[in-house]
Design a protein around this ligand. Structure first.
Ligand SMILES: C[S@@+](CC[C@H](N)C(=O)[O-])C[C@H]1O[C@@H](n2cnc3c(N)ncnc32)[C@H](O)[C@@H]1O
Length: 512
């Protein structure tokens, strides 16, 4: 209860299987021996707008429930999302990908899932501790990340929705640099939702221990930055404020002719986002001639979007790729998943929830897995010949950039399955395979499964290393049969704990 006392006034309901506690709190006069405790409880309950303590029988109290109690969701994340759905069209298939900046334990993303919206939720490891680990252990997509001095590791125009509930990112500072980054990753017509300070300051300023002037100034600055990005204010209701990015930059360019800052960047690859510093200019949108046209191409509604030819492919922005090759890739993946189901029967039984594809190309693996109760983090290596992460987002799938000679921004044992096709051939000359495999071992939970595709020589090398890591592995044939030079290595990370080394034993003996 104490943990819930924040600066905000909140409505709270606590559940307990201790019936005496409920009786004590409802009729304290009958429990004189507990007077000091009851006085404390009384003082604490006054910190909340409304307070209830409800009895649940022990037989029903056998699991943790996560109603999604974020700092801005006193009625749970579901009710909060319902409020949003009353303000913008959230469930008609037009919004599929979201980014939750400063996500806490990712309750917002968790409750978007049942509306068929996939959020990338990110937060650093700070005073809020291992929040992203908690999210991943709930089976919710999340990644360690921070809005700092560099671009977020996502391409331009990736997300249909960006969200911050009390996420502590100073949107108004540095001439709106962080909001300019949100603008880069937002799709034309995409929404930005802000709740928490300074929104609704007239109601909360006392609880937030800030002055009205200070909060008003902060909100005015955010409104100015949003205007300078050519965003439109959609609405402000209760705790929620919503803006929308324009469909194209036709009007914005006219506005910027008056030298209004930030300018539109002159030359920029908006998709490049690996160790790239933030810039105080607006990432240009692809050219359009009609004010109603979606810059970069309109997207199909979800779920058709997953298999429709993505606009980046239609526009020819991926070298040596076209609609026909895209469709062929989808056929290839149908066949591969059917093969995987034979060699890993658990695949279709819901055993794997958090899945990573380490070299995702067009996201074909993830798209074919949509029918299962899992989600896939599509990773596009920065060294890949074709930079396809933008295509993956256009399909309504999620992912990130990564250099596999470095560690991945996640906690140990957070994925149930890892898929990697052609990764070792891609990295064989750049860094030590053992280091990549050790990173995979770190990410995978015990008894999790790896599916690695590569040529047979490479897989033989990999097999030796994984056996040294005590994985149980087997090399099997390609879906097309044994004459195909590509093979598939299926490995399961075993559960084991190390024995104390002799050195430690000796040290202990000497100490005794
Ligand atoms: C008060 S919590 C709110 C969490 C969640 N949005 C909610 O409503 O429950 C603040 C969150 O912002 C995150 N945060 C703070 N500064 C950040 C930054 N610069 N970039 C990303 N996240 C940040 C914290 O790690 C934490 O997850």
């Amino acid at each position: 209860m104490r943990c819930m006392i924040g600066a905000d006034k909140q409505s709270v309901v606590f559940l307990t299987d201790c019936s005496d506690l409920v009786k004590m709190v409802s009729s304290p006069a009958e429990w004189p021996a507990f007077t000091p405790y009851l006085e404390d409880i009384q003082a604490d309950r006054e910190e909340f707008d409304s307070f209830a303590l409800v009895y649940v029988p022990r037989s029903q109290n056998d699991r943790f429930r996560f109603p999604g109690g974020g700092t801005m969701f006193p009625r749970g994340a579901d009710a909060y999302i319902d409020d949003i759905a009353r303000l913008i069209p959230l469930t008609d298939g037009g919004i599929r990908t979201a980014i939750d900046t400063g996500c806490g334990v990712a309750s917002f993303g968790a409750y978007l899932l049942k509306r068929d919206i996939m959020a990338v939720s990110f937060a650093p490891r700070d005073t809020h501790e291992a929040q992203v680990q908690f999210a991943l252990e709930r089976g919710v997509p999340a990644i360690i990340g921070i809005m700092g001095s560099r671009r977020l590791p996502y391409p331009a125009r990736a997300f249909d929705l960006a969200h911050c509930s009390r996420c502590l990112i100073p949107w108004f500072k540095n001439n709106g640099l962080y909001l300019t980054e949100v603008d880069r990753v937002l799709r034309p017509g995409g929404y930005w939702i802000l709740s928490g300070p300074p929104i609704n300051w007239k109601q909360y300023w006392r609880g937030w221990e800030r002055t009205e002037e200070d909060l008003k100034k902060e909100q005015d600055s955010i409104e100015d930055v949003a205007k300078s990005l050519c965003w439109k204010k959609v609405t402000e209701k209760g705790d929620l404020s919503i803006w929308q990015k324009p469909l194209n930059h036709i009007d914005c360019k006219n506005l910027k002719q008056n030298k209004k800052s930030p300018p539109i960047c002159s030359s920029d690859n908006g998709d490049f986002a690996w160790y790239k510093d933030l810039e105080s200019c607006i990432t240009p949108l692809p050219e359009t001639s009609n004010p109603d046209e979606y810059a970069g191409g309109a997207l199909e509604d979800w779920p058709d979007r997953a298999f429709a030819v993505p606009p980046r492919i239609i526009r020819g922005t991926i070298p040596d790729m076209n609609a026909e090759k895209f469709r062929e890739d989808n056929e290839v993946w149908k066949e591969r998943i059917a093969h995987y189901k034979k060699i890993i029967p658990e695949l279709s039984h819901g055993r794997f929830r958090n899945i990573m594809d380490m070299n995702a190309f067009l996201g074909g693996f993830a798209a074919s897995m949509l029918k299962y109760p899992s989600w896939v983090m599509n990773v596009v290596p920065v060294d890949a010949e074709k930079q396809t992460l933008g295509v993956i987002y256009e399909r309504g799938l999620i992912g990130t950039y990564q250099d596999w000679c470095e560690g991945f921004s996640t906690y140990p044992r957070t994925y149930d399955m890892i898929h990697a096709g052609g990764l070792f051939s891609l990295y064989g000359h750049r860094c030590d395979l053992t280091l990549i495999l050790l990173e995979m071992d770190r990410i995978l939970r015990p008894e999790g499964t790896d599916v690695l595709r590569d040529n047979v020589e490479m897989l033989n090398k990999v097999d030796k290393i994984v056996k040294g890591m005590k994985w149980k592995s087997q090399i099997v044939d390609h879906e097309k049969g044994s004459s195909n030079p590509e093979k598939i290595l299926v490995a399961v990370k075993t559960y084991w704990t190390g024995q104390p080394s002799n050195k430690n034993n000796n040290d202990n003996n000497n100490n005794n």
